[in-house]
Design a protein around this ligand. Structure first.
Ligand code: APR
Length: 244
């Protein structure tokens, strides 16, 4: 893979970097993405049947089943070289913020320290009534568990379509996009807001934009460098070229 020397030089001297990852970064670990034409989750299921508050109200058991299966699968797989390359990048860049749309927890399991989980985490559950109770999935049982504090239904701690993102995480992600000198968009179709706006925000602040994705996306025409291919192959080469 050809890596422009000016990108390597820029990376080596970089103090503030940010990355936005999507389901594509976990694909090589064996997890399905959402919109890959052949095997994306939304090719088989309708998001409105599983990933909305209305779906949870209508059929909580079905929604629990869907997330329980995804959580189980996420626990069975391992971080891949793409996740590990981002851990390495965090070691070399003084201020590195990893913003992820993924709920699989693989970045943290790989060893990334500064991870902003914009869409929540599938290993956690929370009270659907907002009484502030959060717990680990292991603590609960039954098909539609209830909150120990208020008796309302518990739910997976993930952001569903139509819901607002966790305020602190979004603020941290926006701040990182505003202050970074290089912004990576990795393994995301760039179709879901507000995450999809982050690279454009970074560009407005004058950051260099680097995209790593198997397909072109709406962001591609605006980036400085587009590496088409698998993040598990490209990211380790980028990190090796920059820091050996
Ligand atoms: N390496 C890099 N990119 C890859 C790889 C890979 N090995 N495999 C697939 N991709 C790319 C696909 O080409 C696609 O552009 O990853 C992208 C995955 O896009 P989506 O499936 O749309 O996933 P994502 O962008 O994370 O979706 C955003 O939508 O459904 C909601 O909340 C859900 O967080 C999710 C959000």
């Amino acid at each position: 893979m050809e890596i422009p020397p000016e990108l390597i030089t820029f990376l080596r001297s970089c103090v503030h970097a940010a990355a936005l990852t999507g389901a594509g970064v976990s694909k090589e670990s064996g997890l399905r993405t959402f919109r890959d034409p052949m095997d994306g989750l939304w090719a088989e299921y309708r998001p409105e049947d599983l990933a909305t508050p209305e779906a949870f109200e209508r059929t909580p058991e079905l929604v629990w089943e869907f997330y329980a299966a995804r959580r189980l699968k996420a626990g069975e797989v391992q971080p891949n070289p793409g996740h590990l390359a981002l851990v390495e990048m965090e070691r070399h860049v003084p201020h590195f913020t990893l913003v992820t749309q993924n709920v699989d927890g693989l970045h943290r399991r790989a060893g990334s320290k500064c991870v902003v989980e914009l869409h929540g985490n599938i290993t956690r559950v929370k009270c659907s009534h907002g009484c502030g109770v959060f717990t680990e999935w292991e603590e609960i049982s039954g098909k539609a568990p209830t909150c120990p504090a208020c008796g309302e239904k518990l739910r997976p701690d993930v952001v569903w379509f139509g819901e607002i993102l966790p305020g602190d995480e979004l603020a941290t992600a926006v701040q990182a996009a505003r202050t970074c000198s290089i912004f990576f968009s990795i393994g995301t179709s760039g179709l879901v807001q507000p995450a999809a706006s982050l690279p454009f925000l970074a560009k407005q602040n004058g950051a260099m934009i680097v995209e790593v994705n198997t397909e072109e996306t709406p962001l591609t025409p605006s980036v400085d460098y587009f590496f088409q291919g698998k993040s598990g192959e490209i990211l380790p080469e980028l990190v090796k070229a920059a820091w050996g």
